[in-house]
Design a protein. Sequence first.
Length: 150
Amino acid sequence: MDSLTLVNLIPYTFLNPIILLVYMFAFSEDSALRYVKLNAFYDLGGNSQRINLVLYAVFCVVACSAFIGLKIMLLQPLAEQPLTVEDIALVQPGWSWLYAYIVTAFTLAALASRHGLEGNVGGFIFAPFIFIATILLLINHVQWLFARVI
């Protein structure tokens, strides 16, 4: 794997809004993982929470690896040529990826700040941008699927 791919893989893993949303839903109050007693968010009082960055980093690596593995398993029979991990993980930087990385970085910065992120602020200010970034990345994944595999 060349250095450019590796440099692009780091924000793809840690600043991916899809993974951030999965993390938030996986450790929400109603999920089964909430009862595992992992401190995914620190309650700061007054409806504010701060993210556990160590657990988030571990979750990102596991989720990204699982996503790449799932793509290989599902797409290998459809591909004309054998797919490798490098083909799957090759991130083509573009404006939509840059938008997604910036939005996720701002959201993580707010979640990791000393005062945390208040629930209503997160829902009304950050959530629409995270959902737009997620839709853009899903469109990119589908375009990649049609261009490289099918």
